[in-house]
Ligand binder design. Structure first.
Ligand SMILES: Nc1ncnc2c1ncn2[C@@H]1O[C@H](COP(=O)(O)OP(=O)(O)OP(=O)(O)O)[C@@H](O)[C@H]1O
Ligand SMILES: [Mg+2]
Length: 252
């Protein structure tokens, strides 16, 4: 029914750690301009799959395609250069730096010639401020040190940074696991705005209610494989639980 096309395709990916087969041939697709969720029990292989998409791990076999083209990520930098940004829990921000400095961390705008460069601080500050305003992120100001922000505000800054740099997709691994109800609602609203702006989002979540609220497509992982996938609107939260535990076989 959907008119959108596949932004990312994962084909039959395998990844072992010694004798542990974390991924045993996992396949899924992610449509452009949608929120896709991955669910599954502890140890199902979700984070391993995500790490293959973020360049932290190289799959032992299988393929990843962006816009139909096979890609090989040998590092997180590589994945970022191909337009895939990841928002990690906790590790995301540097406490000593301000909001705008965090948004440009490792990717500062400079002028001058190599070996003699100046940071374009004003421009970075302004651009960061504009994006924060565009996304209606509830952050008191881009000069503020992130140390003084709440958990939800920090997560919002990390997501805004992803938006700033992602050309293809933003991956969120448990984006609200550490947040309270209000902050969770704010971060979910932000994720929706990001997608309304045309971005593609992949979210790993243990929270089935959140998956129902947020995503258009959900894939279920079990024991290193993707065992089912469905349009989110077509399942209840209960059915999702059944698919995760294996009580319900299905769905495509
Ligand atoms: N670096 C590693 N070295 C060895 N084994 C690993 C490594 N990473 C993951 N595994 C194993 O691979 C399997 C899948 O782990 P993974 O972290 O991908 O699961 P998950 O679905 O993200 O689980 P959770 O919901 O608990 O985060 C598990 O058995 C795990 O112990
Ligand atoms: Mg995990």
């Amino acid at each position: 029914m959907s008119q959108t096309t596949d932004k990312i395709v994962v084909e039959d990916i395998r990844k072992s750690f010694g004798s542990v087969e974390a991924l045993r041939g996992a396949s899924l697709s992610i449509k452009a301009g949608e929120i896709t969720a991955i669910v599954g029990d502890n140890g199902a292989g979700k984070s391993t799959l995500v790490k293959c998409l973020t360049g932290l791990y190289s799959p032992d076999s299988g393929r990843i395609l962006i816009d139909g083209q096979p890609v090989h990520f040998s590092s997180p930098r590589d994945a970022r250069e191909k337009g895939v940004e990841t928002v990690y829990q906790d590790l995301a921000l540097s406490d000593q730096l301000s909001v705008w400095q965090n948004m440009y961390m490792d990717r500062e705008l400079v002028r001058g010639i190599p070996g003699f460069t100046l940071l374009r601080r004003k421009e970075m500050r302004e651009r960061a401020g504009e994006l924060i305003a565009d996304l209606a992120v509830n952050v008191p100001g881009v000069r503020r040190s992130v140390k003084r922000l709440s958990g939800g505000q920090r997560q919002a800054v990390a997501i805004a940074r992803g938006v700033m740099w992602a050309k293809n997709m933003i991956i969120l691994d448990e984006p609200t696991a550490a947040l309270g109800l209000n902050e969770t609602a704010q971060v979910e609203a932000l994720i929706r705005r990001v997608v309304e702006g045309g971005m593609t989002v992949l979210v790993v979540s243990h929270n089935f209610e959140q998956v129902k609220r947020l995503s258009q497509q959900v894939w279920v992982m079990r024991a290193g494989r993707v065992v089912g996938g469905t349009r989110t609107a077509d399942v209840t939260g209960e059915q999702l639980v059944g698919m995760v535990t294996g009580a319900v076989r299905t769905v495509e």
